[in-house]
Design a protein around this ligand. Structure first.
Ligand code: FES
Ligand SMILES: [Fe+2]
Length: 358
């Protein structure tokens, strides 16, 4: 069995979730797009009415990827013999059989289609088999179109599995090394936090209200308001990193992680910010904010690529953790519980204090 098929099969219960296939902007009206989730390729396309559709990216005739084809009559057309597929996977046209699109007696062939939802500038796809009423809800990005906030997406490829990427984003202790001088620098201070674990969520509330996270405090927090810093993991594929400086100011990084391969993820990070400056100015500085957030993002991409190289050298059967890694341990346990459709061990649930030094 190939590694990619194994990766899909091992996902088990994690397939019964919504994942981001692409951003709305990435999906053009006249061009099908290939996306990979858990090692399988899917074709995403827009129907005549603009609604997105997702099929397994494989023609049922001889197996050619449909994403290599083109759009015809709101259907995706295979580049080999021209079979066309409508949104529900039904073959709508076979040129060698019948010149007609959508014949009265439909062809007996169909490709698997997947449920899709376009929301918050993202195209979400449901990979599993559960009935709509038994599925988790699609995550609504809380700051994407919140009044007064500016938002944009960064799409990055990370050399790490979904859990490793979520750990990286939820991890404060790496920031003084990987992002030194850009985001946070070593202070020698102890940081107190409270961690709360529930069956599909980990929330870490930091009690470091005086902290300066190096995000241009003259812009983000000119009045020296107390900082609220909260990191959340919403299973299985979402992280939300929030910094608020009083009511008028905040910066939020909301990442949606799509597993691509055993050591590869695509991450859609919605960066939202609200600063105490006029709206027009907040909009005008977006390119500069974008440069800053990409510098920090690329530092994480680089360190996860280094981690992958390390693991390829010698796979680790057991990784060692310290007290500051409580969120990482909890999120991995949640992912395992969803993978195997089991409940979490009760001892991990609930609220407890957490401390580490940075
Ligand atoms: S392989 Fe697609 S039409 Fe023949
Ligand atoms: Fe980081």
């Amino acid at each position: 069995m190939c590694e990619k098929t194994q990766f899909w099969d091992q996902a088990k219960g994690l397939l019964e979730e919504w994942y981001v296939a692409c951003t709305s902007k990435e999906l053009k009206k006249d061009q099908p797009l290939q996306t990979t989730i858990y090692g399988k390729n899917f074709v995403v396309f827009r129907q005549k009415n603009g609604q997105a559709a997702v099929l397994l990216d494989q023609c049922v005739h001889r197996g050619v990827p449909l994403s290599a084809g083109k759009m015809t009559n709101g259907c995706v057309t295979c580049p080999y013999h021209g079979w066309s597929y409508q949104a529900d996977g039904q073959v709508a046209h076979i040129p060698s059989v019948n010149g007609k699109f959508f014949p009265e007696k439909p062809h007996a062939f169909k490709q698997r289609s997947y449920d899709v939802c376009e929301q918050d500038g993202l195209i979400w796809v449901y990979l599993g088999d559960k009935a709509p009423t038994a599925r988790p809800e699609i995550f609504k990005l809380p700051f994407y179109d919140a009044p007064g906030w500016q938002s944009y997406y960064m799409v990055g490829k990370y050399d790490g599995e979904m859990g490793a990427v979520a750990q990286n984003i939820m991890d404060v202790t790496h920031t003084i090394f990987v992002h030194e001088g850009w985001f946070r620098s070593e202070s020698g201070k102890a940081v107190d936090a409270t961690i709360e674990v529930s069956p599909r969520k980990v929330v870490v509330e930091y009690h470091d209200h005086e902290a300066d996270v190096g995000m241009m405090p003259w812009l983000t927090n000119p009045h020296g308001a107390q900082q609220v810093h909260r990191d959340s993991f919403i299973a299985p594929n979402i992280t939300l990193v929030e910094y608020h400086w009083g009511e008028p100011s905040g910066m939020v990084f909301n990442s949606l992680i799509t597993p691509v391969g055993p050591y590869e993820s695509r991450v859609y990070t919605c960066v939202s910010y609200k600063f105490p400056i006029p709206r027009v100015l907040a909009k005008a500085i977006q390119p500069a904010v974008n440069v800053y957030t990409w510098v920090v993002n690329n530092q994480d991409i680089k360190i996860l690529a280094a981690r992958r190289k390390g693991l390829e050298n010698m796979p680790m059967t057991h990784s060692h953790s310290v007290r500051g890694d409580m969120a990482h341990i909890a999120l991995e346990k949640i992912l395992e519980s969803l993978r195997h459709d089991q409940s979490l061990t009760p001892s991990i649930l609930g609220k407890r204090p957490m401390q580490f030094q940075i």
